[in-house]
Design a protein around this ligand. Structure first.
Ligand SMILES: [Zn+2]
Length: 287
């Protein structure tokens, strides 16, 4: 009979999963990203998690985050100027998903987290939503205000939302950045009215760029992105955090991203299920 002490030595360490909030024995999946970031998997929610980022200085994270923020800002700037000059924001797939969730939302109060300069906010307002953009970037929010949008600054990356204040909460490409996902989802859940809707998108862990090698672009790798979801794991994480009717899906129809042969072939690969699309989308209800 092994002594209790030797048995303890063999037991993997149980910790509370920062994504699903369950007591979990997270195990290595044998991948180390960019030579520095080992990936773990939670057996409770199946989410792939970056390890060892927690000991990094906040400064490194902030620098990387700022770099990514700048790139994103550059991408949005042209679109922003077009709108200021009277043009229409062009986010057809996001608008289609909004039209879909409008059918199940009882009211028209929306919070977007990470709404940036307010492109999606402008679409929301044009569709009759009472919209507020919560973002960490003061610069982005000053532009959103120029578009006439209501804004709230997220300070020190800590969010606080008024309880029962939203019929819909939207996060486009945000959840993969958040360390304490479970705590964050709790705040979001409490901010929603009963049966309120959470609409999100996040990178798909099965996207080719993540599966091809362990060298990832800095903006999509730890410590910038720290959680990597599949359809299965995002559904489980939402369920374990008190959301129901979780519909997690990929988009199969894309327009060619470039005129190159590869750019033309990729949408066909998504359609024929030869390659996993890059993004997951989810629509959930507050239980
Ligand atoms: Zn978990």
């Amino acid at each position: 009979m092994p002594s209790p002490e030797s048995e303890n030595k063999r037991m993997p360490e149980k910790i509370v999963c920062r994504v699903c909030g369950q007591s979990s024995t997270q195990q290595s999946i044998g991948r180390v990203i960019n030579g520095s970031y080992p990936l773990l998997k939670c057996p409770e929610c199946s989410t792939i998690l970056a390890d060892q980022c927690r000991v990094e200085s906040k400064k490194i994270y902030d620098e990387l985050y700022d770099q990514e923020g700048l790139q994103a800002y550059e991408q949005h700037r042209v679109e922003f100027e077009k709108i200021v000059n009277g043009g229409k924001p062009h986010r057809p797939y996001q608008e289609r998903l909004l039209a879909k969730v409008e059918k199940i939302c009882s009211g028209r109060r929306m919070i977007e987290i990470g709404g940036g300069v307010g492109i999606f906010g402008k679409i929301a307002v044009s569709r009759g939503w009472d919209y507020t953009n919560y973002d960490v970037s003061e610069v982005a929010l000053s532009y959103a205000e120029k578009l006439g949008l209501k804004t709230r600054l997220i300070e020190n990356q800590r969010i606080s939302l008024p309880a029962n204040s939203a019929d819909l909460i939207v996060l486009w490409e945000v959840i993969e950045h958040i360390w304490e996902v479970s705590g964050y989802l709790k705040i979001i859940r409490e901010a929603l009215v009963p049966n309120g809707v959470l609409l999100m998108s996040t990178p798909n862990y099965f996207r080719a760029a993540y599966q091809r090698s362990d060298s990832w672009g800095v903006g999509a790798a730890p410590p910038v992105h720290v959680n990597f979801f599949t359809q299965e794991s995002l559904g489980a994480a939402l369920r374990l955090n008190g959301f129901s009717k979780n519909d997690v899906f990929v988009r199969r129809i894309y327009l060619p991203a470039s005129k190159s042969l590869e750019g033309a072939l990729r949408p066909l690969k998504f359609l024929l299920r030869l390659e996993e699309p890059p993004t997951l989308f989810s629509i959930s209800r507050r239980s």
